[in-house]
Design a protein around this ligand. Structure first.
Ligand code: SF4
Length: 189
């Protein structure tokens, strides 16, 4: 069975993807998300992915929480907004690190949970994965669109069963500000 390193963005997006991939691969989970705004939010998401991996008896590797690296790489693209170039760089940063670790642990493949979300652009995710693969040492990127075949609904149902904390913004401080702006726009005046 091939060894696959799965980049997990958060626990609610992961159970369906893990269930699906574990049928074909020996999966190790990798949590590397320096995009997440602030240590409190980061800690909440990390604890939930730990809980999931423990329940499924899967190994988890925790990457460093280095938000300065995220801001260096992505900060100048803030204005491009959610779904813009900012997110493409954010995906690529996280997948480049996943490939680096995959090489270190001897994994054959890399995948990410990101495409299970209907809020993210799957072409951008797969492009980022393929670009990250090009810099790797022979580890392959598994292109996927995990929201297909009802994947998003299934992962939400599983996340409810686990009673996971579910954030209402993507992760970075910019997406948090954008969420606040949307809420303000819908507040009755
Ligand atoms: S909105 Fe999400 S994907 Fe886009 S830059 Fe922020 S954290 Fe990354």
């Amino acid at each position: 069975m091939k060894h696959l390193l799965l980049h997990a963005c958060c626990a609610p997006c992961s159970p369906y993807v893990l269930e699906k991939l574990s049928r074909e691969y020996r999966v190790t989970v990798f949590f590397y998300n320096p995009n997440i705004h602030g240590p409190d939010e980061y800690g909440l998401r990390l604890e939930e992915i730990k809980r999931l991996c423990k329940a499924l008896k899967l190994s988890l590797i925790e990457g460093p929480y280095d938000p300065e690296r995220f801001f260096e790489r992505v900060g100048a693209l803030e204005h491009t907004g959610e779904g813009g170039q900012r997110c493409g760089e954010c995906f690529q940063l996280r997948l480049e690190e996943t490939f680096r670790i995959a090489d270190r642990v001897g994994a054959d493949m890399v995948a990410t949970t990101l495409s299970v979300s209907p809020h993210k652009n799957v072409e951008q995710i797969n492009r980022a994965g393929n670009l990250a693969q090009a810099d790797g040492q022979g580890v392959l990127f598994l292109e996927a669109d995990f929201k297909k075949k009802d994947g998003y609904r299934k992962t939400c149902a599983l996340a409810r069963d686990y009673d996971f904390y579910r954030q209402d913004f993507c992760g970075c401080s910019f997406s948090r500000q954008e969420r606040e702006a949307r809420k303000d726009a819908h507040r009755p005046r």
